[in-house]
Design a protein around this ligand. Structure first.
Ligand SMILES: [Zn+2]
Length: 224
């Protein structure tokens, strides 16, 4: 029996600069987001499809180069494909391909942002024969898409959407009793503890049990 009082809460994806208790993976988007060495603070680093046009592709790549070898940068992302953003799909795919290849080279997991482009995402994964762990963050799409991604081996990270009773996320999280699951705050001001409490109640398990499941997933995916 593991002593669960020692097991930290893990927020696998956040934009909140105020660090909460436990382990948080803060998402670096640009130079405004400084890398701070603080106990329990980890980082993901990548090019978000929303911000591709903020600077040249070369500048984005320079930003990644600058921080990617910091020992606290543990994942690539958030990166992905978004049909609702006004950036050509071909460019989004090119930039995502670069990040997948980098993840493969560095043996790091990837945190995925995907809006209405799951088929394309799966096609790219297949084309590149991409072998690193992929975590779909903020999942709240249809159960059909959820099942497709579960089958394809993705991890899921759920956030504030599970707080709504009738959301897809609240329905699908019930399938994750011991599965490939993480939790996150993303840009929400809700605490990660609230998200854990809600997830545990939806999954009908004890919060301590949930902490163990997520901690084990964290060790498996991020401790390489
Ligand atoms: Zn985010």
């Amino acid at each position: 029996m593991i002593d669960t009082t020692e097991i930290p809460y893990i927020d696998v994806h956040t934009h909140n600069k105020e660090k909460e208790e436990g382990i948080t993976v803060f998402n670096l988007l640009n130079e405004d987001d400084a890398v701070i060495d603080e106990e329990g603070r980890k980082y993901s680093l990548g090019i978000h499809p929303w911000y591709i046009d903020d600077m040249t592709v070369e500048k984005h790549y320079e930003f990644i180069d600058k921080y990617i070898n910091n020992e606290n940068v543990i994942a690539i992302g958030e990166c992905g494909l978004d049909k609702l953003v006004n950036v050509p799909s071909a460019l989004q795919k090119e930039i995502l391909t670069y990040q997948f290849q980098l993840a493969e080279k560095l043996n790091k997991p990837v945190i995925i942002h995907c809006v209405r482009a799951y088929e394309e995402l799966l096609a790219l994964k297949k084309k590149l024969d991409f072998g690193q762990t992929m975590i779909i963050h903020g999942f709240n799409s249809s159960p059909k898409i959820g099942d497709m991604l579960i089958k394809a081996g993705f991890y899921f990270s759920f956030g504030k959407a599970i707080l709504k009773d009738d959301s897809n996320a609240a329905k699908i999280i019930k399938k994750f009793s011991s599965g490939r699951l993480f939790l996150e705050t993303d840009d929400s001001k809700r605490s990660i503890i609230k998200i854990y409490e809600r997830a545990a109640s939806l999954m009908q398990i004890d919060i301590e049990e949930l902490k163990v499941i997520i901690y084990k997933n964290y060790q498996k995916v991020f401790s390489k």
